[in-house]
Design a protein around this ligand. Structure first.
Ligand code: BDR
Ligand code: CA
Length: 310
């Protein structure tokens, strides 16, 4: 089984990503690290622990709290899509004490990377603050970690960002950390909005889950998100951004990738957090990031739903 750490800002699609990762039964999840993002860190920690409780594995997987704010910028959250509690109110019924542990997320990443040299995959589905802190503290991380799958950015932006016209949320929420990560020398694949928007969980997919354990959760948690999409694009569905990153960690053949030099804009107000890809090699820099150019969305969706039905 592939050893992974999942870094989350839970978040509706983060919760679905955790559920999919567990249900795949193909990943050895060493721990889950939490970061401020969709909602503040305390709420991310509550949502993530409650999600593990819903799945029934909170005694097996520990949640490690990480950065409570981005490296330099002010915190920025996304309540419009995920609701005030980040999970569309779908885990309110889970009454549990939230465990506290002393190990900081970035330290947990370093410790596990050192212990499992050449074996660890990091699945990053929130702002990249925890990983940037880990890189700054332990520069050998790039030698130790096998690879990193990042949900973030938009490659062919053309004004189709989801936070600024050319910026995607996870990168916009901490662009300075993303810059550190992109230039770290780590082997990485960026699963950007270009491909995650092609994997839409529609009402009819959710209805396929009727009668299975997670039907109510999937239906309820995605309600606000689907209403938001309906208002914006007339589609009653939610993009499976974070689950696709788990999918790529499980099976790279879900996507086509190409390697280019990628950087992040950190100075402009207009395009703060934009991911810039040097497709034509104009900057004469060494390619550093594998970007996804296409996705087999039908095969991915089938596998995702099959896992949730188990
Ligand atoms: C990303 O931003 C968050 O709102 C989602 O959880 C996902 O990780 C999509 O832009
Ligand atoms: Ca997320």
């Amino acid at each position: 089984m592939k050893k992974v750490i999942i870094d989350v800002d839970t978040g509706v699609d983060d919760a679905l990503a955790i559920l999919y990762a567990v249900q795949s039964e193909q990943l050895d999840i060493l721990g889950i690290t939490a970061v401020s993002g969709n909602v503040p860190l305390e709420q991310v920690t509550i949502n993530t622990n409650r999600m593990l409780n819903l799945i029934g594995i909170n005694d097996k997987i520990t949640v490690y709290k990480g950065a409570s704010r981005p490296l330099l910028r002010e915190p920025f959250h996304e309540f419009r899509v995920h609701g005030e509690d980040g999970i569309g109110g779908a885990l309110d019924h889970i009454d549990m004490e939230i465990p506290e542990n002393e190990v900081f997320a970035a330290d947990f990443i370093i410790e596990q990377a050192k212990k499992h040299k050449g074996e660890l995959t990091l699945i990053m589905v929130g702002p990249l603050t925890n990983l940037a802190l880990a890189i700054r503290k332990e520069p050998r991380l790039a030698e130790w970690v096998k690879d990193v799958v990042i949900m973030g950015g938009i490659v062919e932006s053309a004004g189709r960002g989801n936070t600024l016209p050319t910026s995607e949320f996870n990168i916009f929420a901490d662009p300075e950390s993303a810059k550190i990560v992109f230039h770290s020398g780590l082997e990485m694949t960026l699963v950007s909005l270009d491909v995650t928007r092609k994997v839409m969980l529609m009402e009819e997919h959710i209805n396929e889950l009727e009668g299975t354990k997670y039907f109510d959760f999937v239906k309820n948690s995605t309600g606000i998100y689907r209403n938001f999409s309906a208002g914006l694009y007339g589609i009653n569905g939610c993009a499976l951004h974070d689950p696709l990153a788990v999918g790529v960690a499980l099976d790279k053949s879900f996507v086509k990738t190409e390697k280019y030099y990628v950087d992040v804009e950190t100075k402009s107000d207009l395009s703060y957090g934009q991911t810039i890809v040097d497709f034509r090699g104009l900057l004469k820099k060494e390619p550093n990031v594998n970007i996804c150019t296409d996705v087999d969305h039908e095969r991915f969706l089938k596998m995702f739903l099959d896992c949730l039905k188990k």
